[in-house]
Design a protein around this ligand. Structure first.
Ligand SMILES: Cc1cc2nc3c(=O)[nH]c(=O)nc-3n(C[C@H](O)[C@H](O)[C@H](O)COP(=O)(O)OP(=O)(O)OC[C@H]3O[C@@H](n4cnc5c(N)ncnc54)[C@H](O)[C@@H]3O)c2cc1C
Length: 364
């Protein structure tokens, strides 16, 4: 018998979620990640917004996604005693031009929005909700949306996992398939080793550097955000999203994103991206244009798939080697719902939805 049911490579948004889902099913889990800890720096904030893009499209399984994410946050708060992981203050999507207003109104008609999630604000109501948006053509208000302080959330999540019995190792490791091929040996950098029945690679944009997963042809998109500080206290808390987003932190800071760079040679921040982000801020919150300055910049990389949905499931040739990746720019909404599906598959043999399964890459 193996030491662990699963070893998970990566303790970010996907790795933490699948670890918790397996642990809740009574399975023993080993987590390895050399780049983080319970006190690691990371993304400052992320938006949970189910009305996506310039058409405010209702995003995939958002009701299940938001509900399972909120449940997880409550559990983490209960175990860790934290209450600073999110700002549950809604999302304003100002229509900064007529086309957006048209799209947004169509979206409210076109999709079946859950009760109480969205409403239309006219120009006056939009200005009242946030005078910094200036002249608009109205806005969608999303009561269901919220801001997650991702660095704090993930650090608290890692502590939650440890306190609920998951073994977390903050060091490098490698896996080797045993013979017969129904288990793996994990060799830790520190010299110790363990055996497990499954390996799950949840390593974000570094997933393609695991040679076994090269066949999936995951697409990488670099993104940059910038932090701005206003010269006065800001009097709203909600996220703002209009061809970019602005998320509040502290009394004067606003985190503005993000770029979508399909071609890149490194993950450094650039001047060009900063000017793009400054334009986004000026379009979205014109009143801040001459009353804020940039005080920091961060770059990251998203992993996307052709259907823009996560990828979970088993390797085409090594059945107990699994993946959880492809979160694109919706990692937070997808994380817990998709993890539950992967855990249900691994523990109870439940089918994985075709749209998410690794099978969709089998013939590539
Ligand atoms: C600029 C930008 C803005 C974004 N904004 C939002 C937003 O507003 N809302 C939202 O929901 N999403 C947003 N996203 C997307 C979100 O960040 C991702 O979907 C999410 O981080 C993906 O989670 P992940 O677990 O796959 O990867 P990550 O969160 O990157 O975690 C991967 C982990 O694997 C570890 N790792 C790497 N290699 C190894 C290895 N060899 N062994 C062990 N561990 C390893 C890494 O250290 C890391 O901790 C944004 C992304 C970017 C780039």
């Amino acid at each position: 018998m193996s030491d662990f049911f699963a070893t998970i490579f990566g303790l970010g948004i996907t790795g933490t979620a699948i670890a918790a889902a397996l642990a809740e099913k009574g399975k023993s889990v080993l987590l390895v990640d050399p780049h983080v800890s319970e006190n690691a720096p990371g993304a400052l904030a992320g938006l949970v917004n189910p009305a996506t893009g310039r058409h405010a499209r209702l995003s995939w399984k958002s009701e299940e996604g938001i509900s399972s994410l909120r449940n997880r946050i409550k559990k983490i708060e209960r175990v860790t005693g934290r209450n600073d992981l999110i700002s549950d203050s809604g999302v304003l999507r100002p229509a900064i031009n007529e086309d957006l207003a048209q799209n947004f109104k169509e979206s409210l008609e076109k999709y079946t929005w859950p009760e109480g999630w969205v409403k239309w604000l006219d120009t006056k109501e939009t200005y009242h909700a946030n005078p910094y948006v200036g002249e608009t053509h109205g806005a969608i208000w999303l009561d269901c949306g919220f801001t997650v302080y991702v660095d704090k959330y993930l650090n608290a999540y890692r502590r939650f996992l440890r306190e609920t019995g998951v073994v977390c190792k903050y060091e490098s490791a490698t896996y080797r398939q045993n013979s017969p091929a129904d288990s793996f040996t994990i060799e830790m950098e520190s010299g110790s080793s363990a055996t497990c029945d499954h390996v799950i690679v949840a390593a974000g944009w570094r997933t393609p550097s695991f040679a076994d997963w090269e066949y999936l042809k995951l697409h990488l998109v670099k993104g940059q955000i910038a932090v701005f500080e206003a010269d006065h206290d800001l009097n709203w808390e909600h996220g703002v999203s209009a061809m970019g987003y602005g998320l509040r932190k502290g009394s004067r800071s606003i985190i503005v994103g993000s770029t979508y760079e399909h071609k890149f040679s490194d993950v450094n921040t650039t001047e060009g991206a900063l000017s793009q982000i400054e334009k986004k801020l000026a379009n979205m919150l014109p009143a801040l244009k001459n009353r804020s300055k940039s005080v920091g910049q961060l770059a990251g990389v998203r992993v996307t798939t052709p259907n823009k949905l996560p990828v979970i499931g088993r390797h085409k040739d090594i059945s107990n080697l699994c993946i959880y990746s492809g979160m694109g720019s919706k990692g937070l909404i997808y994380s817990e719902y998709t993890a539950a599906q992967l855990a249900n598959h691994l523990v109870n043999g439940a089918e994985i939805e075709d749209d998410l399964s690794t099978d969709r890459f089998k013939d590539l």
